[in-house]
Design a protein around this ligand. Sequence first.
Ligand SMILES: Cc1cc2nc3c(=O)[nH]c(=O)nc-3n(C[C@H](O)[C@H](O)[C@H](O)COP(=O)(O)OP(=O)(O)OC[C@H]3O[C@@H](n4cnc5c(N)ncnc54)[C@H](O)[C@@H]3O)c2cc1C
Ligand code: FES
Ligand code: FES
Length: 1273
Amino acid sequence: MQKAKSVRFVLHNQNHTVTPSDVAPETTLLEYLRDYEHMKGTKYMCLEGGCGACVVSVTTKHPVTKRTITFAVNSCLVSVYSCEGWHIQTVDGIGNNQIGYHPVQKVLAEFNGTQCGFCSPGMVMNMYALYESNNNLTMKEVETSFGGNMCRCTGYRPILTAFKSLAKDADKEILGEYPDIEDLNVCDTANCQRICQTMCKRKSVSTALHLSSSNSKWFKVFSINEIFDVLKANPNKSYQLVAGNTARGVYHDFNGHPKLYIDITSVKNLLVDVVTADNLMVGANKSLTEAMELFQNTAETNGFDYLAKLADHIKLVAHVPVRNIGTLAGNLSIKHERNEFPSDIFLIFETVGAKMTIVNANKTEKVRDLLSYLTLDMKNKVIKNFILPKLSKSYKYQSYKIMPRAQNAHAMVNAGFLLKLDEHEVVQSIRIVYGGINSSFVHATKAEKYLVGKSIFDNNTLQGAFKALDEELQPDDALPEPSPLFRKKLAIALFYKFVLSITPSNKVSPENKSGGQLLQRPVSTGVQDFQTNQSLYPLTEAIPKLEALGQTSGEIEYISDLPNSVDQLFACFVTAKAPANYTIANIDTSEALKEDGVISFFGAKDILGPNSFVPSNTNYPEGFIPPGLHLVPEEVFCSGTVKYYFQPVGIIVAKTQELAERAADLVKVTYNPSTKKPLLTVREVLAANDPNRVSEEASMKATSKGNDVKHIIKGRYDMTPQYHYHMETQICCVIPNEGNLDIYPGTQWMDIIQTSVASILKIKENRINIKVKRVGGAFGAKITRNAQVACAAALAAHKLQKPVKMRLSFTANMDVVGKRYQTASDYEVGLNDKGEIQYLNDKFYFDYATGGNEPIIAFCIPAISSSYKHDTWDITGYYTNTDNAPGVWMRAPGHANVVAMSETIMEHIALEMGKPALEIRLANMSQNENKKLIQFINELRQTSDYDNRLKAAEEFNKTNRWMKKGLSLVPMTFPFVYVGGLNSIVAIYAGDGSVAVSHGGIEIGQGINTKVAQVCAYALKIPLNMVSVKASNNLVSPNNTLTGASLTSECVCYATLKACEILTARMKPVKDKMKNPTWEELVKECQKEYVELVATYMYSPNEPPQAYDIYGVCITEVEVDILTGIHQITRVDILEDTGTSMSPLIDIGQVEGAFIIGLGLWTTEKIVLDKEGRLLTNRTWNYKIPCALDIPIDFRVRFPKNNPNSVGVLNSKTTGEPALCLACSIPCAIRQAVASARSAADPKASKWYPFSGPSDVENTFLNSLNDCKQYTL
Ligand SMILES: Cc1cc2nc3c(=O)[nH]c(=O)nc-3n(C[C@H](O)[C@H](O)[C@H](O)COP(=O)(O)OP(=O)(O)OC[C@H]3O[C@@H](n4cnc5c(N)ncnc54)[C@H](O)[C@@H]3O)c2cc1C
Ligand code: FES
Ligand code: FES
């Protein structure tokens, strides 16, 4: 066959040809799209297949069936040379402002499925590919297909609603104006109006390739023989067989940088499947998606029914785009190279006794079992196929995968069981396989041997098996994986679950039965209940974000989308790979600077002014910014003593981002060690008893003490840090411009960027021009932290007089930037018999770590007690200084921590005293001071049928030993205060009367621009489409305070309202002279009379709006599988007081999104450090935010009606943060469920267990007092 020297594919209906002289073989499709074709619609965050921002759609002909297939892929994993013959569609191609928007783009926008919008292109393309591939989609299929697409802002509900509206069985209520999926089918060529990327008019090309660059070669082959031909012709060269190329999403260094890439995706022998009399032979490189389909179909054949369960297990592997191209053999190869990898494919295949055919270099084939494969030298060998046996009805198969969240997570432990019973229920054979135990553990051989010949449905047999398992299961200590104790106990519990699942009904007690089941999740639903006031429209109108279509089409620009200039440079931090207290001995940059294209290194010595990105000389008036900012200097680059592991030491500047990152690793920093052990937790600091590390910040003193103390309860509460997980990582672009610096920072606060850059460069502030259109998520991390990145990039740009872009990788972002404050508290509470608090002493600690510039304790103390009578409460807040990266504000930075603290105390009292938690809460409220809150509680209690559901849960718990339900009702009073210095400028253009606004807030996804436009249109009495909101900049909004603390939208709306009032007043004399002019006529006339048609206004705390409280109530119901520790949230009802919402859809989005961040905080997100302080959970692989199937199954949000806020802006209340505080109802509900399990396990055990970090799977399992002695039939 003739070998092509270039790769050809079609991108948006345009032919593209790629050759190694232009594009290196290592180049990914994402890099090609963004860096070579400058198509910026496709976004990226993790570059490891973990976030979904980069998803694109591919249509091609299947190499074997020749069927046209369309599927989603992660463009960050796919090599551009794998795209031979593909037709690729990205978000830029399917619809835009010019050609019209695609229905998928439209529904996502109209259902308000965007906030910061950074995830939106990936969401759109995942859905696009889904419905291009299947015109018969159900809501269930839609809902389960988004496990690979992360969204930190919306909480997924509106995204799922939007996309489910396109399903066949869509609920008519959500269908709206959209046709069902059949009508959207592109292959109706006669009537098709849409841009078509399908194969209807195109022929697929698939050609053998032989491409060479100076470093490596790329081959595309069509047969196994050709693989060996390539290997023979290039002996001793490192190589990779490229199938899906997804393994490097798991291990970044997998395969390293081989010299040969052999694309095997069109090798038919690796793709075919054959059913024989005894076996199913599956092509080794079948994709996981295809394998699932094959297994589902073949399950109908006698002897293969177990394959349906294999397919179900594969559904839990990775997510749709990875499964679409990731292959069986690729997965097994990861297990082969890294035995510790808890491969699900290995697990299920080994459980059923699958075999594999391996071809070696002299083309002989050998059938092997999977265990012997693990130790086989696979050099110059190819896996050809897997052989799955037929199994008679006497076999029982089951497998389990326990994950930290519902989808897209590797197994903490996975387990497979294959049991053969004779007619007397005696075990003839059994295979027990576990993953996630240690790198060498596969079979529980002791238990297997023990069980053969025994009757399995017998409690003595089971105890013997548990004993054998207990002896042989020896999980390793492999942080950040869960503890060995948990993994061992879980593995045993899974065996018990398996046995329960197959035990005949008459042999298992009724309360144990449900232990054999798994939690079943139906399609989720949501209710959003709010009121609008038509007479005020567009104010209070329920509209999606103004930028929504731009976001769903990828048209709007983020900072990384700014075009690179010809002399563009890129920067990357060099970080300290040493624990705190070590001192830098030497920085050797010689190896890094030798690399072609590496320009320079800059460190602390190169900084021209003070080495701090928090300038100390700023002088803000009181009330201008939250108190206490700018307290301590923070180094841009470490100047000597390392403050925390991964502290930046300097930056490498290079011609490409990839080169800068690679060269940064080549910088050798040596250190003088320290004998001081880093202190990493609040508890370690307290134990060290070092007064320099613990400081009191604020307190609330008791004014009285009750004298009816009948019970004393002591407890502790510990909360671990949380990572912000903004999808756009920290970024800044700096362009020198005629002696000035044009800075495009991804910041929530322009002013700190201006002052800090001016300070470190010793230049005047007026030489700095800052412009921020939007940032791709922030959640507090970009208030002060972006200044460090901006200073570093500005230093390089200033010194080199070249444009410098600096974007932190996901891992660097996690390593370098601090997190939500870890919190600890010790409390003692005295109570009377009713549970009324007689006194409460609580000392709590927030860890500011090596920072201190974002204090919050004084600010949040009122939130601790506002929902309750608190004259007897004595509370002191301290901050601690551990040796971690500076603690950083994160959405509801203190309030979320402390509301959970007081609600923990309420739950503790209730469980300890054996009283309903709501009774305790109400007993401690004041009928007068908490009147409104009590009214809301009663309202939600009634509308959600709380009392009956609570009773039903109690009944359920009595009759189920291993499945438990829990309900919790949590109230909230969120004290809100204004701070100021936020302005708005409104300009009216005389030509057509259109209006532009620019303000000092930053659009971080919260919808500030939409609210501002609504207010402006309302105030000027013009249609909304006459108003456009421009980028924020420091010329029109100098000296403005930060965007955060839920206050900016209101302040900026106020400033806009006032600016509009100024304009209206100026225009009035002209208007009075005219007879009912139209707006356009009036504006023209004003221009003629030289009326100044631009006005600016600054909100300050001296303005009339006053501080107020925001009330909220949340009821959460959960189901917990005690034998796995997994829970699901069956229903959440939130009632949140929003006053008269200025923009109800935006506010619903804020409430839902905040709540789901709280869900992550309390259930899935866990920061793990090693002893030196090195962050171990710094990848999407091991830090898990909630995904689409983790959200409440039934999610109802309601805003009280006729509820104006007379002291706020335009009668509204803010929504950004409060709902996050309500999320603590989730761990409270889990604890109610676990309490029932604890009582069942040991009636003497306390129902309460200390609150320590998230109620994740491990915490829930271990605290349920699982003990295999209780595992009976
Ligand atoms: C985000 C993400 C989540 C994931 N989650 C899970 C999970 O939960 N559970 C799980 O088990 N896995 C998980 N995976 C792993 C995933 O299943 C594998 O990445 C995938 O199956 C690898 O297949 P591939 O075709 O992409 O392999 P590639 O990356 O193309 O190749 C990997 C290796 O396999 C070798 N190879 C490929 N085919 C052959 C062959 N026929 N003969 C010999 N060698 C061969 C290659 O030389 C290469 O060294 C996840 C991956 C990602 C990216
Ligand atoms: S950037 Fe590709 S999945 Fe995250
Ligand atoms: S809108 Fe999804 S991450 Fe911001």
